[in-house]
Design a protein around this ligand. Structure first.
Ligand code: NAP
Length: 290
C-alpha cells in the first residue's frame, strides 16, 4: 500500500517511521527537506513538492503545525490526488478549518478525514494513539490498515468540526492539569511541603493520574526535554478560545491558563516541554528551586 506523509516534524516523522516499520511503501515531503532525509535510509522515497508526494498515493497522512500551514499546503492538494485516495490529517486545528477542508475535498470529489490524535511520538511508535477520525464511513474504512498499526482506539465522527473540538477540549484539560499541579507545587514549596511527599500523596489519592506522576517527576527533575512544547499549548488554547467565542461560550478559566503559558513563552520557554509553565508559577511565588 502506498502511503505519503506530508510534514515530517516531530509527529509526521514518527508517523512515516511507523509506516515504514509496518511494511508500507512510504513517500515523504517536508518543507525543510533535511528533516525528512533520515527517512531515506529507512526506505522512504522523498518528494520535492506536496503535489508530487500525493500523486501516486492511496493514503496521505499529514501532520502540520497549525491552521496557516494547512491552508497553504492542504487546500491546493485535492486535484493532485488519485480519485480513490484518502487524505487523513492528524494535526490539531480549528473546528472551522476542519469543516472547510472537508468541504473543499468533497467539492473536488476527494476523500478527506480529519483525525486529530491524543498521544505523541512514543504512542505512534507503540501503535497506541487515541484517534478521533471524522469523515465518511467509507473514507475511514479505507484507513483501517493504517489506523490498525497506529491506534489503540479509534472514535468515529461524521462532523470534522466535532473531532477538532474534542481534541481541543482534551488539550484544555492537559493545560489545566499542568497548571493545577504547578500551582500546588509552588505553593507547597513556599510553605515548606516536601514536593516528593506531595506527589506521593496525590498518587495515593483519588487525584492519581499518570499525567501528574510523569509531569510531576519532570518538574522535580528540571527536565524540560519536549515532544509537546509550551508554544503548542498556546496555539491550541488560542484555537479553543477563538472557537468558543464564535460559539458564544465563556471560558474564563482557560483564558487565565493561556496567560500563564503565554508568560512561559515570553520568558523563553516556548520550545521547552509544556511542564515548563511551572517555572512561571515558581517565579510569581518567589521560589528558587534547588
Ligand atoms: P513540529 O515538530 O513543529 O512540526 C511541524 C511541521 O509543520 C513541520 O513539518 C513543519 O515544517 C511544518 N510546517 C510548519 N509551517 C509550515 C508551512 N507554512 N508550510 C509547510 N509546512 C509547515 O510539530 P509537531 O509536534 O510534529 O505537531 C504537528 C501537529 O500535530 C500540530 O498541529 C500539533 O498541535 C499536533 N500534535 C502534536 C503532538 C506532539 O506531541 N508533538 C501531539 C498531538 C498533536 P518545517 O520542518 O519545514 O518547519
Amino acid at each position: 500500500m502506498k502511503i505519503s506523509v506530508i510534514g515530517t516534524g516531530t509527529m509526521g516523522f514518527a508517523l512515516a517511521d511507523r509506516m515504514l516499520f509496518s511494511g508500507f511503501d512510504v513517500t515523504a515531503w517536508n518543507r525543510s527537506s533535511s528533516k525528512a532525509d533520515p527517512l531515506v535510509t529507512k526506505g522512504a522515497a522523498l518528494a520535492a513538492t506536496p503535489s508530487e508526494a500525493v500523486s501516486g498515493a492511496q493514503i496521505v497522512l499529514s501532520s502540520l503545525k497549525d491552521d496557516a500551514a494547512l491552508r497553504e499546503v492542504l487546500l491546493p492538494l485535492p486535484g493532485h490526488m488519485p480519485a480513490d485516495a484518502v487524505l487523513c490529517d492528524t494535526s490539531t486545528i480549528s473546528p472551522g478549518l476542519a469543516e472547510e477542508l472537508a468541504s473543499t475535498y468533497a467539492a473536488a470529489g476527494r476523500m478527506f478525514v480529519h483525525a486529530p490524535v491524543l498521544g505523541s511520538k512514543r504512542q505512534i511508535a507503540e501503535g497506541s494513539l487515541l484517534v478521533f477520525a471524522s469523515g465518511s464511513q467509507h473514507a475511514v474504512d479505507v484507513l483501517d490498515p493504517v489506523l490498525g498499526v497506529l491506534a489503540r482506539r479509534v472514535w468515529r465522527f461524521d462532523e470534522p468540526g466535532r473531532a477538532a473540538a474534542l481534541k481541543l477540549a482534551c488539550n484544555m484539560m492537559i493545560a489545566g492539569m499542568i497548571c493545577a499541579l504547578s500551582q500546588s507545587l509552588a505553593y507547597g514549596a513556599k510553605l515548606g511541603v516536601d514536593p516528593e511527599l506531595f506527589l506521593d500523596v496525590i498518587q495515593s489519592s483519588n487525584l492519581a493520574s499518570p499525567m501528574y506522576q510523569s509531569k510531576g517527576r519532570q518538574i522535580l527533575d528540571r527536565n524540560w526535554a519536549a515532544n509537546f512544547f509550551v508554544d503548542n499549548i498556546v496555539k491550541d488554547i488560542t484555537l479553543a478560545l477563538d472557537s468558543a467565542e464564535e460559539a458564544g461560550v465563556q471560558m474564563p478559566v482557560i483564558a487565565v491558563i493561556r496567560q500563564m503559558f503565554a508568560a512561559a513563552s515570553a520568558s523563553g520557554f516556548g520550545h521547552e516541554d509544556y511542564s515548563a509553565v511551572s517555572k512561571v508559577f515558581e517565579e510569581i511565588a518567589g521560589i528558587t528551586p534547588g
